[in-house]
Write a protein that binds this ligand. Structure first.
Ligand code: UTP
Length: 293
């Protein structure tokens, strides 16, 4: 691996069953649930593009074909709305499709996030890469997305990085939780990581969210990692090994994250983006000269 090579690939583990959203996720991938008019995974892809990436690698599973169709041209639909007032609805997705390429592989058995990432090895190869869990929807100030912030940090340290945020102590059981030394404001050198600890044994309240930069040696480490919590191969366990062998950083990002894998988080995200869009529309209307249509 050339540690100085720019990060161009982003992996999206999207094979999970999304049971918390049943029955909606019975035949529709969780990653395709829309916040306003855009599916969750498109927000993630746009964040990756904004961070300079152009190759999206998606780990899917049974019942996830809608993701592939979404990132493709629908000629019939294009033809139907061409030249009508509805054409602009497709502007954003067209831009995404022209800016990057998509490749897919399937996780045949859902053996956990670590295993899903390992399934992506054939699409990633021997280079550093980003990972986005699309059900963690992030919004950051000044259009500098969480991944863009992490890429900047990678250029300085050239090691794996996990994004973290402070969570209420009684919610540590939902996350991977880190312990580490703060080497710069908001940047921690990881010395311990525990998957979904009960509050009494959690090493801190710094929880890992669904954004990672990983160096490719992680694949060999995952291969050696035994199933952990819940009988699943945990990326947290593999990252702890990597931290002990070398260095892993945890990064308190600027911005906001919504856990769209849960109903509460999904509703909060919808309200947040609705308010944001409404504000934008109001500002746009206020700028229009009077009398203009
Ligand atoms: P989650 O546990 O949040 O997703 O996994 P889930 O299993 O789909 O959701 P619930 O709990 O049943 O409602 C976090 C991310 O890891 C992916 C999921 O698709 C999600 O993006 N994942 C998880 C895989 O791709 N494969 C797995 O075996 C496990």
């Amino acid at each position: 691996m050339n540690k100085n090579s720019p990060i161009k690939k982003c992996l999206f583990p999207a094979a999970g069953y999304g049971t918390r959203f049943l029955p909606a996720t019975k035949a529709t991938p969780k990653e395709m649930l829309p916040v306003l008019t855009k599916p969750l995974i498109q927000y993630g892809v746009e964040e990756a593009i904004a961070a300079g990436m152009d190759t999206m690698a998606i780990v899917t599973g049974r019942g996830k074909r809608a993701i592939e169709d979404h990132f493709d041209i629908s000629y019939e639909l294009e033809n139907q709305i061409k030249g009508t007032s509805k054409e602009h609805y497709l502007t954003e997705i067209r831009a995404v499709i022209t800016k990057c390429t998509f490749s897919y592989t399937r996780q045949i058995e859902m053996k956990g996030l670590g295993h899903a990432i390992l399934c992506g090895e054939t699409l990633i190869g021997d280079q550093p890469f980003a990972v986005v869990l699309a059900d963690d929807l992030c919004d950051a100030p000044d259009n500098k997305g969480v991944l863009a912030q992490m890429v900047e940090l990678y250029k300085k340290y050239h090691c794996s990085i996990v994004a973290i945020e402070e969570v209420p102590k009684d919610e540590t059981y939902k996350y991977g939780v880190i312990d580490g030394n703060e080497i710069e404001p908001g940047i921690f050198m990881v010395k311990n990581m525990v998957e979904k600890p009960e509050p009494e044994v959690a090493p801190s309240n710094l929880a890992i969210i669904g954004r990672y930069i990983l160096t490719p040696d992680i694949f060999d480490i995952i291969r050696e990692t035994k199933p952990g919590k819940g009988g699943e191969v945990q990326i947290t366990d593999a990252l702890l090994t990597q931290a002990k062998k070398g260095m892993v950083l945890a990064f308190k990002f600027s911005g906001q994250r919504f856990d769209c894998g849960s109903i509460d988080g999904f509703v909060q995200a919808t309200n947040y983006f609705y308010d944001k869009e409404t504000k934008k529309e109001t500002e746009k209307a206020a700028k229009k000269p009077t009398g203009a249509k």
